[in-house]
Design a protein around this ligand. Structure first.
Ligand SMILES: Cc1cc2nc3c(=O)[nH]c(=O)nc-3n(C[C@H](O)[C@H](O)[C@H](O)COP(=O)(O)OP(=O)(O)OC[C@H]3O[C@@H](n4cnc5c(N)ncnc54)[C@H](O)[C@@H]3O)c2cc1C
Length: 268
């Protein structure tokens, strides 16, 4: 997460999470939910209170099903699944963030997506009620879900994985992590890929083609390793980010007629 929040609320359990949301909604006050913030940029001076799911961290396995609270890190699920020889989410090796954030944006890599393994999601609605949504109600598509356009927030989910062996799952985890480390600037601070891939193409290829790989304003630089990432080379400000974002967006639109869409969340 880049930027700083005015107010950060940290519910300790799902009851508190629901209570806080209910209070905000009752008072007609704006707020945002945040997992680990790995995919979010906050405008300097933003006044919007954030509710973090950091403490919603329970996970429980029952054979090949796993019940996971929204704040559990993807890395924890990847690791625990490997120990039990459960296969499916190896593609998430090296993706930072929580399962709540991953469901929100239907995180994916190497042809896999979290939507393939989600059986159901428990949500808190605008009245603070907790209820279950089935797979079909989640409206998953490429880096999208029902949560982009609804008054519901993820409190937990059930994933269904596939029986395999610890050795095989660990082997796949290592292979995906190696491929990710090779192609992405994982040692530099970033919020992941900034833009969604347009249909039939790659945002990184378009950015590279307009000559903006390595383009820099202030502390924000288009990664020379993967042009889909902007990296913070030190003291990056929201204005630096916005300037680089606008330059990339405009240059790609001028040359290719493609209007890139953000993959990240920007909190104003
Ligand atoms: C180095 C790096 C590599 C990455 N690689 C990939 C990749 O390969 N594939 C990929 O898909 N992503 C990738 N990402 C993006 C991102 O880390 C993941 O998608 C991650 O799942 C986001 O989780 P988070 O908890 O950090 O989300 P946050 O940044 O906290 O939130 C992201 C969005 O989800 C919403 N949200 C979070 N929790 C909830 C909730 N409980 N209920 C409702 N809405 C919620 C937030 O409001 C926000 O709109 C990468 C990021 C980085 C920094």
């Amino acid at each position: 997460m880049a930027g700083s929040a005015k107010k950060l609320l940290k519910p300790m359990n799902i009851g508190e999470f629901a209570g806080i949301i209910k209070t905000f909604k009752k008072n007609n006050s704006d707020f945002r939910i945040i997992g680990s913030g790995s995919n979010t940029i906050i405008r300097d001076g933003s006044q919007i209170p954030l509710i973090t799911t950091n403490h919603l961290s329970q996970l429980e396995f029952d054979k090949s099903r796993v019940c996971v609270e929204a704040g559990v890190k993807l890395s924890t699920i990847v690791c625990e699944a490997a120990q039990r020889g459960l296969s499916g989410i190896e593609f998430a090796s090296g993706i930072p963030g929580t399962i709540g954030g991953a469901i929100f944006m239907n995180s994916g890599a190497f042809g896999g997506e979290i939507s393939q393994y989600v059986e159901s999601v428990t949500v808190v609605d605008e009245n603070g009620f907790v209820r279950d949504l089935s797979r079909t109600e989640l409206e998953f598509s490429y880096r999208n879900s029902v949560f982009h356009d609804s008054e519901m927030w993820i409190s937990s989910c059930v994933l269904r994985l596939n029986p395999s062996t610890p050795e095989e799952v660990s082997r796949k985890n290592r292979a995906f992590l190696k491929a990710k480390t090779y192609s992405q600037p994982l040692t530099m601070p970033s919020v992941g890929c900034i833009f969604k891939n347009p249909k039939g193409d790659y945002a990184a290829r378009l950015i590279d083609s307009v000559g903006l790989k390595g383009f820099q304003i202030g502390g924000v630089k288009v990664s020379t390793k993967h042009a889909g990432f902007f990296v913070n080379i030190g003291e990056a400000t929201f204005e630096d980010f916005q300037s680089v974002y606008t330059e990339v967006f405009e240059r790609v639109r001028e040359k290719f007629g493609v209007k890139l869409k953000p993959e990240i969340t920007i909190i104003w």
